[in-house]
Write a protein that binds this ligand. Structure first.
Ligand code: MG
Length: 290
């Protein structure tokens, strides 16, 4: 099932997306929100729908809108990305490849929908960078989850872009939180594809396209740490709850590591896409943040 948050009659409803027909069925308000069904751990009812909309005409929001904690993230999960930034981390160089997933978090106010403008403010940063990522949505909570059982805790998958202000990231050294937590910078969605629909989670082609040019393109088969390993290590002594979101790292091709460097500018079109997960299509917007 593909489950979206769709604006209908001034409220966020559950939309059941059928890519084959290009339609999204809107469930009645009594079915609750995507946040509600994810936290229930169950699938929403398959119908009947109040109305069926053309997917191109529907207004999609971030599937998860009610966060009880920060968004979990994994850094350096594609070795080619780890290597491309060698010597460019301005005092934040690790000694070598990490043996465990590297974790950090993003503030919930970063979240925006798949059609929203990404906020950039040149007074705040001049180094806005993109990071296409596959995100996991937790459907069943747990602590110290064994790797072998981790798949049972995944409600579904979606896309996210971990947009990062590189100069802010470097200025507050030793951590990545600040430069990756700017309001309204992280598109997510366009819907949650439930785990049963993804037969090969380690074979998802993930891409980032800026103004029509493919700048990142890699399979999740290149991930250093699997989704199961990430869940297992993150949950060690730390309770994961339904509705928690985990970004699983970006592949090579980020703007900061390019020569010449590429940074997001107002008016740019940023597409984050993956086979089976749909796409985020966001415009970069100049919005005052200070
Ligand atoms: Mg990232």
């Amino acid at each position: 099932m593909r489950i979206a948050a769709v604006l209908h009659e001034d409220s966020w409803r559950i939309g059941v997306v059928t890519p084959e027909t290009g339609t999204v069925g809107i469930l009645p308000a009594s079915a609750g929100t995507v946040d509600d069904v994810v936290r229930s751990g169950n699938l929403p009812q398959p119908g009947p729908f109040d109305v069926v909309l053309d997917i191109e005409k529907a207004r999609f929001g971030a599937p998860i809108q009610r966060f009880t904690k920060n968004i979990f993230c994994v850094g350096w999960n594609y070795w080619e990305h780890f290597e491309e930034s060698a010597g460019k981390r301005e005092g934040q160089e690790p000694a070598g490849r990490p043996e465990h997933p590297t974790f950090f978090t993003k503030a919930p106010n970063t979240a925006i929908g798949p059609q929203d403008g990404i906020s950039v403010d040149s007074d705040l940063s001049r180094k806005w960078d993109y990071e296409a990522e596959v995100a996991i949505v937790i459907g069943k909570g747990g602590r110290s989850i064994p790797e072998a059982h981790a798949a049972q805790h995944i409600y579904g998958y979606m896309l996210a872009n971990d947009v990062s202000a590189r100069d802010i990231q470097r200025a507050h050294g030793g951590q990545w939180f600040k430069g990756k937590s700017i309001d309204k910078t992280m598109p997510m969605g366009p819907w949650i594809t439930t785990a049963d629909q993804i037969v090969a989670p380690r074979d998802i082609l993930l891409e980032c396209v800026l103004n029509g040019k493919v700048l990142q393109s890699a399979s999740t088969s290149l991930m250093a740490f699997s989704f199961a390993r990430i869940i297992s290590e993150l949950s060690l002594g730390l309770t994961l709850e339904p509705g928690d979101v985990i970004l699983t790292g970006t592949p090579a091709g980020i703007g900061n590591a390019r020569d010449p460097q590429v940074f997001l500018q107002p008016g740019d079109e940023l597409i984050t896409r993956a086979a089976g997960l749909g796409q985020l299509r966001n415009t970069v917007a100049s919005i005052a943040l200070v």
